[in-house]
Ligand binder design. Sequence first.
Ligand code: NAP
Ligand code: HSE
Length: 435
Amino acid sequence: MEKVIKVGLLGLGTVGKGVYRILTGNAENICRKVGARLEIARILVRSLDKDRGLEIDPAVLTTDYRDVIDDPEIEIVVEVMGGLHPALDYARQTLKKGKSLVTANKDLIAQHGRELFEAAAAGAADLLFEGSVGGGIPIVRPLKHCLAANRIIKIMGIINGTTNYILSKMTAEGAGFAEALAEAQARGYAEADPGADIEGLDAARKLAILASIAFNSRVSLDDVYVEGISRITARDIAYAGELNYVIKLLGIAKENENGIEARVHPTMIPREHPLAAVNGVFNAVYVQGDAVGNTMFYGRGAGEMPTGSAVAADVMEAARNRLHRVAGINGCTCFEQKPVLPVGHTQSKYYLRMAVADRPGVLASIAYAFGDKEVSLASVIQKHTDGRRAEIVLVTHRVSEQNLRDALTIVEKLSAVDEVCAVIRVEDEDVREVG
Ligand code: NAP
Ligand code: HSE
């Protein structure tokens, strides 16, 4: 007799609908791959009356989460509701009952990953979350499995589609930030309240998850240094182009002998870097391993079917594991406790744009302030002048962030300096390896 594994969904919105369409539309194929038929037995929603554009037995829908979590026949619960509450409580209850949990919820994993992994281990259940980073792009499983034999040196990811769409439009068309954001909203890419995307928080959650896996040590959201893109101007995009760079919002995680660096901020990368060619709402994660070298995972970072693809594959894995009674093999890989470095302890090259007085000795006074704090300048270019005021663009060598900040505190007080208009980190150390 054909084995059936019952699945419950918590949520039937964008991602939930994708999961439903894939698990029902590809049911035969999935059944043969898993060795059991996956049956979506119950689905939790807020509204029973909403037209969801799906052919679905109304009896499957419920507004009582206990119909999903407490049903003894449901072995796998898929949390695609979003947010922390009540999703966290439902996740805890699911794992406590020894059911496997599949989620696309980056907030849950980035903020409560340790606790949920412990609960999964206690219940010998799976906790799978491929859809939480990079939508349809396989990245969690490749890091945990395919690249497991490597020491990961660095991860650099474009892991937010909204901001990548905005920066791509500013780069391609010279558009201003507000105009590009308005178009992202009109096209339905950016949320009505795009704060978490624009200010880098969405990317920070995803980076915390990737860094934890890559360096086998828990990195939580609070550990990630975050800067968004709202201060990026068309002028800086144009100057970046002149310097042969492109500006991207990157999530960067590295490890050195002192600890882990985890930061999200606008970054200038060389035009030749593979990440520079990732445009629009696409995402990509560039991973450097000591054995494999450079790899890049690219695709759609959000959306019903791409994210549904990742979540449905996790459901299949959880089902296979339950079938073969090996649930729990996907446990927590954070077996070390490494410090996460404060951003002041990180190093980078920096692009700086300043409005200054155009008179003799100004550049010398600025150069002196930087030199005094051991910030070495690689180039200084005067861009515009009306005879009285000028705009200068400086690029530093690789320096400590704390030294740069100390130098800027002095520079900002110089009478000849009107304003430090932009400070953008530059990452070009591995471009030679790319060619
Ligand atoms: P969504 O479209 O807002 O759907 C949420 C679903 O959960 C809806 O069906 C809603 O019911 C239900 N729901 C929410 N709160 C509920 C509650 N308290 N009780 C009962 N049902 C509740 O969200 P989504 O875009 O699919 O995102 C789901 C998760 O996937 C989030 O964690 C998100 O970060 C993650 N994710 C999303 C994407 C994407 O492209 N959207 C990509 C990657 C990861 P009703 O339909 O009745 O309102
Ligand atoms: N809001 C996210 C983005 C998609 O713009 O990439 C969901 O993770």
